[in-house]
Structure formats: C-alpha cells, structure tokens
Design a protein around this ligand. Structure first.
Ligand code: FES
Length: 135
C-alpha cells in the first residue's frame, strides 16, 4: 500500500514564502551592516578602500577619490536639496536648477549660494575600508 503525502496550499505558500524572503533578508542585513551608528549617535558609512579613482555618487554622499586622498561631500544640493547626480566638465551638477560645484564642494554657479557639506572620513587599512563620518 502506497501512502500519499499531500501538502496543503497554505503550507506550500508558507514554505515558498520562506524561501523567497531569504534574499531580501540577506540584503537588509547587509545594508544594516553598511550603515553603522557610533556610540556618539553619529552615523558612519563604510565603503571598500579600493574604489577606483574618480567621482562616485552614493545615496547620501559623493566620494571623490584622487591619488592619495578622498573628498566626501553631501549629495544634497544647498539650494533646495535635490540629489546631485552628474559630473560634467569637472563640476558636480544639480539636475533640478543647474547649480554647479567644484570637486572641493564650492559653489561655482547658482542658484545655490553655499558650498556642499563636507564629511570627514577615516581609513581602516587593516580591513581595507573607508569609513565616512556623517555629522
Ligand atoms: S536644488 Fe539644486 S539647484 Fe536647485
């Protein structure tokens, strides 16, 4: 006599859901590890130290890597807060109203009148990490 095991539809979807949720859970855990709060309450962003030279647009910041130095700027335009996402003719350009900033963050074209906020950073050479300190 052969016994047939049936899985109910509810149980099937629970199992399937458990399998499908794993990649999202893993991605969430990874992002939590990338954004770390210090004991002082300031946040840190962690990036690999071996970023290629040039301008890197991240979610909240712009990382400019030149030989032997990083410049970390806020990606929020000082005019009305749009996210700066373009680098052209050696300038960072805001897509909303066209303000332009040099790679040190100084405003070179309005309507924004203030420089971009700079963030400090430290280097964890043992773990090959760039640690950006958000204030
Ligand atoms: S928000 Fe950037 S120029 Fe207006």
């Amino acid at each position: 006599m052969q016994t047939e095991k049936k899985i109910s539809r509810n149980r099937f979807f629970k199992i399937l859901g458990s399998i499908l949720i794993f990649p999202f859970f893993y991605a969430w855990i990874s992002s939590v590890q990338k954004h770390k709060k210090t004991q002082a309450g300031n946040r840190e962003l962690i990036y690999p130290l071996d970023l290629s030279a040039g301008v890197h647009f991240e979610d909240q910041i712009i990382i400019i890597k030149e030989t032997g130095k990083f410049t970390i700027l806020s990606s929020r335009c000082t005019h009305l807060g749009c996210k700066i996402n373009k680098f052209e003719n050696n300038q960072l350009i805001c897509p909303c109203h066209g303000s332009a900033f040099d790679i040190e963050g100084s405003c070179v074209k309005g309507p924004a009148g203030k420089p971009l906020q700079r963030h400090s950073y430290s280097i964890d050479s043992e773990n090959r990490k760039l640690i950006v300190h958000l204030s």
